[in-house]
Design a protein around this ligand. Structure first.
Ligand code: ADP
Length: 415
């Protein structure tokens, strides 16, 4: 079955075409037939398209909206030019899987999209006012292009974290704010945390019930999850993705009183301060240079830039604090798993996060650590380490495609 995976943002659409089915899932023989991205939709869009085994092709074209972008993607995928033998016409695309950011308390699993599901995603718009409308546009565009008969699934960033217990998801606020407005921790990156926990289990040949790990997704957005017996029991992102770790441009945890203080001092509205916390803080805000960790590491090494160093230190320190907190939340764990662009590629950041955890018997193996980048998965701690440390590249698109197949086949997703 060829599944088109769509991740629709406010002005971008990322896609992959993945050949998978229940048999391929079992044997781990899914194939990625194509991938790409359309950015700056609404103007002269930048288009990147890449078929399996080919080089990325870049071009630009004026694209009005999400629907135009989805149409362009499908036209290319099924064209002679793409050279994808498995997708010669629209009929060769058998299902669509959508990344949906917020599923609130309603969606605990991936689901096939029905009118009722669309209503549920709409109900979550006030929890994710920027993301859910864009995801809905993507679903509508795919329905228009393929017709209502083609199965489409929604895979939620929040769903995996719905197993978090009430004492961990509730904020210590007046309880009616939860009852009235659903103010609580939801958590995000659920597809990524779930995927790497699953890969960890596969790698070690463990049962789901024996999966007790702390997963760190460190990309542009960053979050940690505490996983007990295969289920998420806590995570660092909150009602929105702003809480928790230091990120590329997000502050992560701060004292909420800062918002009003900064608003008064700088003459900003609460909304403007929230934008500042989301877009101008984190690594970018501290360094004053960039939100890109690789550039910061270069800057620190080449120019010994004080604020670049400080940004990296604050980033690593916060991550280390969360590992400590989640070890307490879990009554100990078997492993720490790094993923995301930074977690998968930077031995240096992994070292700096783990440095200071020697007290609990965590010992990295320098050679193994240095060898893990560019998509390699494996153990990076020493054999004598009491807490194992792994690098496991994430693959959210693959999990979205697999969930789509499972939804269609009625197979369980809690595996
Ligand atoms: P997104 O969250 O947008 O998917 P990624 O997971 O690709 O982002 O992560 C992007 C981050 O990963 C950037 O900060 C980038 O600098 C960082 N990164 C990628 N490769 C390296 C590397 N070799 N060393 C340090 N940081 C890296």
């Amino acid at each position: 079955m060829n599944v088109l995976v769509l991740n629709c943002g406010s002005s971008s659409v990322k896609f992959q075409l993945i050949a998978t089915d229940l048999e391929r899932i079992k044997t781990n023989t899914d194939r990625r037939l194509a991938r790409g991205m359309v950015e700056r939709i609404g103007g002269e869009a930048i288009i990147t398209l890449q078929a399996e085994g080919g080089a990325p092709q870049r071009s630009t074209a004026p694209l009005r909206d999400t629907r135009a972008a989805v149409e362009l993607i499908i036209r290319w995928v099924t064209s002679e030019a793409s050279g994808i033998a498995e997708a010669r016409s629209v009929a060769d695309i058998h299902a669509v899987g959508h990344r949906v950011v917020h599923g609130g308390e309603r969606f605990t699993h991936s689901v096939l999209i029905t009118d009722e599901v669309l209503g549920g995603i709409e109900d979550c718009i006030d929890l994710a006012p920027l993301h859910n409308p864009a995801n809905l546009k993507g679903i509508a565009a795919a329905r228009e292009v393929f017709g209502a008969g083609l199965p489409q699934a929604a895979v939620f960033d929040t769903a995996y974290h719905q197993t978090i217990p009430d004492y961990a998801y509730l904020y210590a606020l007046p309880y009616q704010l939860y009852r009235r407005y659903r103010v609580r921790r939801y958590g995000f990156h659920g597809t990524s945390h779930r995927y790497v926990a699953y890969r960890y289990r596969q790698l070690l040949g463990l049962e789901r019930a024996a999966t007790n790990v702390i997963t760190l997704h460190l990309g542009n957005g960053c979050s940690v999850a505490a996983i007990r017996a295969g289920d998420s029991v806590d995570t660092s992102m909150g009602m929105t993705p702003l809480e928790g770790l230091v990120m590329g441009t997000r502050s992560g945890d701060i004292d909420p009183a800062i918002i009003d203080y900064v608003a008064a001092k700088e003459g900003l509205s609460a909304q403007e301060v929230e934008t500042l916390l989301n877009k101008q803080s984190g690594l970018l805000g501290i360094s004053g240079l960039t939100n890109d960790m690789r550039e910061l590491l270069d800057e620190e090494r080449e120019s010994d830039d004080r604020r670049a160093r400080l940004a990296i230190e604050i980033f690593c320190y916060r991550a280390r604090k969360y590992i400590g907190a989640y070890l307490a939340a879990l009554n100990g764990a078997d492993a720490v798993v790094f993923t995301g662009g930074i977690g998968e590629n930077s031995a240096e950041i992994r070292t700096r996060i783990c440095d200071g955890l020697q007290w609990l018997g965590l010992e990295l193996d320098a050679e193994r650590n240095a060898a893990h980048h560019g998509g390699l998965q494996g153990l990076i701690s020493a054999d004598s380490s009491r807490l194992a440390v792994y690098v496991i590249p994430t693959d959210e698109e693959l999990l979205i495609a697999r969930d789509t197949v499972r939804c269609i086949g009625g197979a369980p997703q809690r595996y």
